[in-house]
Design a protein around this ligand. Structure first.
Ligand code: AMP
Length: 426
């Protein structure tokens, strides 16, 4: 089977690594890929925003399945365009991708189908939004409606901050993504990520994870795309797992189907474990990055039949098997990230680091030049490890980090600290 993977980050390296292990695969391409992905797939310099070029490549190379990693091509309707050309693609249609592309869309779906989430209102004018914020008071959450590269959410702890965020969004800080905004009740609790595979009708749970958004240890500094993650999280007990499936994931899939826009692909729920039970605060419509990396390490089953079953509405009788071990990933980023950083700095020691038991290193932003690996982005490497416990996975991952020679990089040293503490106390 010929497969084309779209994307260039650590998520796509993990997907490529997992798909490359499938006996069903005869050829894997990745567009555009990176230096690590090149070990698993042939990287092709296709512009993935050019759907006609992607379709042409698929036809010339007998591609039987396209797997879409990031959200931007999904929101741009690449799955619809591929389907219209007779090419099977894993991921939601443009309409269904609105679960990530529009916060207002998701909040309206939650209201219509009784999915637990924070109280909210949607606004298209600053005056109305400011009046609402003043009536509700702080803490309160202000969100740009559209895709804003993970930066469009302000959790305001003071009224002043909330007012400033409303003004900033309507002044165009996020362009068209901020033309509408959602103001949402602040949800207090522990935040977890939950993943499910959907075929338009049936959803099967993948796994839970917890990521670490702030750039520095002890959750200090600005938000990032994610500095590390681990799976499973002990905070998702079997009861909470069932509640998330029953009250959040299944009603979403049923609701999307009832509206005539069935959801196929990975549903990634951002869930707050509140005193009143799990509540949804956002959906993404693809694997998380870096959560995908830990999910792929833990997945025992072949992923390719699962992706095909999701495309073909065959998940009803499908079962996925998982290693019970914990998996953890530490993101190594270029110094300065998420602000300005240098590209092109040299990274050594990766082979030595990967020799540690249970360790796998995925590339998030690298390029190869004259036999050397060079940093080529903000988040550059995902140093991952499996372990019998979270503590063991953590120890192995940091041992590997310490073997990577990259003076221009840095990482958090406390990934999974809450789970390690919980393990110690239990
Ligand atoms: P997002 O960019 O949508 O992932 O949101 C960024 C972060 O804002 C999330 O990871 C949560 O920590 C936080 N957040 C979003 N919505 C809420 C909410 N209603 N209450 C509390 N925190 C929230």
């Amino acid at each position: 089977m010929h497969i084309l993977l779209l994307g260039s980050g650590g998520r796509e390296h993990a997907l490529a690594w997992k798909m490359a292990a499938s006996p069903l695969l005869t050829k894997l391409w990745c567009a555009p890929g990176n230096a690590g992905i090149a070990r698993e797939a042939e990287c092709v310099a296709l512009d993935i925003a050019d759907h006609a070029a992607v379709i042409d490549f698929c036809k010339r190379n007998n591609v039987a399945l396209v797997v879409v990693g990031p959200e931007t091509p999904l929101a741009a309707g690449i799955v619809d365009d591929l389907a219209a050309a007779g090419i099977k693609a894993f991921g939601p249609s443009r309409e269904a991708a609105q679960l990530e592309g529009s916060k207002g869309f998701t909040k309206a779906l939650c209201s219509e189908f009784g999915i637990p989430t924070g109280a909210y209102r949607r606004f298209t004018s600053a005056a109305d939004a400011l009046a609402y914020v003043r009536a509700r008071g702080a803490p309160i959450v202000v969100k740009a409606d559209g895709l804003a590269a993970g930066k469009g959410v302000v959790v305001a702890s003071t009224l002043r901050e909330a007012e400033d965020s409303v003004a900033m969004m309507f002044e165009g800080a996020f362009g068209a993504a901020g033309a509408g905004i959602v103001i949402e009740e602040f949800l207090a609790g522990r935040e977890i990520s939950f993943f499910a595979l959907c075929d338009g009708e049936t959803a099967i749970p993948l796994a839970s994870a917890q990521d670490h958004k702030r750039v520095f240890d002890h959750d200090q500094g600005p938000n990032t795309g994610g500095m590390g993650a681990y799976s499973p999280t002990p905070f998702v007990t079997p009861e909470i797992h069932d509640a998330i499936m029953t009250r959040i994931i299944r009603p979403t899939v049923a609701g999307m189907k009832a509206r005539g826009t069935p959801f196929r692909g990975v549903l990634y729920a951002g869930v707050m474990l509140t005193a009143e039970g799990p509540k949804l605060f956002e959906y993404n419509v693809r694997f998380g990055d870096p959560e995908c990396q830990v999910l792929m390490l833990r997945m025992m089953s072949d992923i390719v039949p699962a992706l095909l079953a999701a495309c073909d509405s065959q998940l009803r009788n499908f079962d996925l098997r998982w290693y019970p071990d914990s998996a953890l990933t530490v993101v190594m980023a270029a110094k300065g990230y998420p602000g300005d950083y240098n590209k092109g700095t040299r990274i050594e020691g990766l082979d030595e680091a990967a020799k540690i038991e249970g360790v796998e290193i995925f590339h998030a932003g690298t390029t190869a030049k004259d036999g050397h690996v060079l940093a080529n982005g903000g988040r550059v490497l995902n140093v991952c490890a499996l372990g019998k416990t979270v503590a063991e996975a953590q120890r192995r991952a940091y041992q590997a980090v310490d073997r990577v020679q990259w003076p221009d990089g840095f990482c958090r040293r406390d990934i999974a600290w809450q789970a390690v503490e919980q393990e110690k106390n239990s």
